[in-house]
Design a protein around this ligand. Structure first.
Ligand code: UD1
Ligand code: CA
Length: 463
């Protein structure tokens, strides 16, 4: 059966007190809306319509997905009005429509699949995903009759004292026959405390029309936790962190301290890899087997092979690191760095847009940028590729088996030929042929029998 989806994501998120649209606030490094969109895409929907409004352009840019149709809600008139904004985009779609909020990132594809199946099994006209919770405050409450049939939803602000005690809440997730949906939305009014068009009112209207309503209770109420303020955000982050860390540990990854290890659920890590505390791994990152990472390391959008050691306090983004490489402590590996097998990057080294060849070593206090480096190169401490002339960036090529002496300035564009050596403290601004020695520094001068003037008497030290 084909279904389409409406995700409501136009709200301001007033309670976040933020310039960033609420649905873009990150949870483990990704906008919360991405989690919702990923989950619904797993249902293979015909169409996914995201209703945007506040910060619309930012939201579209952040999702950057071709599978989504965006519609704009120009005024924030409530969830019912927002859903209705999707009507023109779904006019020709006659199947059932799944509507959900963009602010509940813990929802899983499995729960949505089960919800859709339940709806079909019951032959329902409208289904609501609900949850039983200890503290229902802030949520709409599900009203049932004595027979347990859902009769409506009442928002907290409109609820009576008694209704507020109801602990079955509305997750904001509905699956509805499209023929009923558009009709019902047109009839929703703003006669409530918030003077808004409530999507939730269509449940009462379905009841009045004797339609078949199915209230499906979610097994794990965490999944439908909505984020309205920054406290909710931190709770959701810690739940997702545990969920992700638990599944990593079960798959054979050691986390020394899962409490302080932050890994996005999209990240893939091979077995027998050990992650030390205070490490953050985000984005589209893959890490192989038998690696040791951290403590206090940040890795984002990077691909790491097997047998790698990343020591304490490294910062690695958009880089590729092949097998058996050692990095750090305190190294900065920047975008488009590619570190080949067996290479070693030591402390206080920055690598940007450079290839470090197999078995090459950049062990101490160096900057390597816009460089192609061959195999088994040794870069002495304090070496800098001077790649920027104030206007343009220039390339450095260092061929196999080169030995760069400590404190060498390589003024790009420049090529250091195979097996060449540079003397320590050199400024090298011309190409160096293979197997030669280049020295570019002032000759040392010795002035014999030279004495410093004796200190004047009566002066105190330090003045
Ligand atoms: C809503 C439900 C409530 C439910 C809760 C679940 C209504 C009236 N209330 O309340 O029953 O328990 O979600 O988390 O539906 N949005 C728009 N345009 C608008 C208003 C909201 O696109 O004009 C979007 C928001 O971006 C958000 C979603 O709709 O993603 C829900 O809005 P929010 O204001 O958070 O609703 P709640 O008060 O949480
Ligand atoms: Ca909400």
């Amino acid at each position: 059966m084909s279904l389409s989806v409406i995700v409501l994501a136009a709200g301001m998120g007033k309670r976040m007190k933020s310039d960033l649209p609420k649905v873009l606030h990150p949870v483990l490094g990704r906008p919360m809306l991405s989690y919702v969109v990923d989950a619904v895409l797993k249902l293979l929907p015909k169409r996914v319509v995201v209703v945007v409004g506040h910060g619309a352009q930012e939201v579209e840019k952040a999702l950057d997905s071709k599978e989504i149709t965006y519609v704009t809600q120009t005024e924030r008139l409530g969830t019912g009005h927002a859903a209705n904004c999707a009507h023109p985009a779904l006019k020709s779609f006659k199947g059932d429509i799944l509507i959900l909020n963009g602010d509940f990132p813990l929802i899983t594809p499995n729960t949505l699949k089960k919800f859709v199946k339940d709806h079909q099994k019951h032959g329902a006209d409208i289904s609501i995903l609900t949850a039983l919770v200890e503290d229902p405050s802030g949520y709409g409450r599900i009203k049932r009759d004595e027979g347990g049939n859902v009769v409506g939803i009442v928002e907290e602000k409109d609820a009576t004292k008694e209704e507020r005690f109801i602990n079955e809440i509305n997750s904001g997730t509905f699956f509805i026959k499209s023929s009923f949906l558009w009709n019902a939305l047109n009839k929703v009014n703003t006669r409530n405390k918030q003077k808004e068009y409530y999507l939730t009112d269509i449940v009462g209207s379905a009841y009045k029309n004797s339609l078949k309503i199915n209230g499906s209770v979610v097994l794990d109420s965490d999944e439908v936790m909505g984020v309205n303020d920054r406290l909710d955000l931190s709770l959701v982050e810690s739940i997702l962190k545990w969920r992700t860390n638990e599944s990593l540990m079960r798959s054979g990854v050691t986390l020394i301290d899962p409490e302080t290890t932050y890994i996005s659920p999209k990240v893939k890590i091979g077995r027998d890899t050990t992650i030390y505390p205070n490490t953050h791994i985000y984005g589209n990152t893959q890490i192989g087997r038998n690696c040791i990472i951290g403590p206090s390391t940040w890795i984002e959008d990077s691909k790491l092979g097997n047998g790698i050691t990343i020591k304490s306090s490294c910062y690695i983004t958009s880089a590729v690191i092949r097998n058996n490489v050692t990095i750090g402590p305190f190294a900065h590996i920047r975008p488009e760095a590619e570190i080949m097998d067996g290479a070693k990057i030591g402390n206080f080294v920055e690598i940007k847009k450079s290839k470090i060849g197999q078995g090459s070593k950049v062990s101490h206090l160096s900057y390597i940028g816009d460089t192609i480096m061959g195999k088994d190169v040794n870069i002495g401490a304090g070496t800098i590729t001077c790649n920027y002339d104030g206007i343009n960036k220039h390339k450095t090529t260092i061929e196999d088996n080169v030995f760069i002496g400590s404190d060498t300035m390589l003024v790009a564009p420049i090529r250091i030929g195979k097996g060449a050596t540079t003397g320590a403290g050199s400024t090298i601004s011309k190409d160096v042929p293979s197997d030669s020695l280049a020295i570019g520094r002032a000759r040392q001068t010795i002035i014999k029998d030279w004495k410093r003037k004796p200190k004047e008497k009566g002066r105190s030290k330090g003045k």
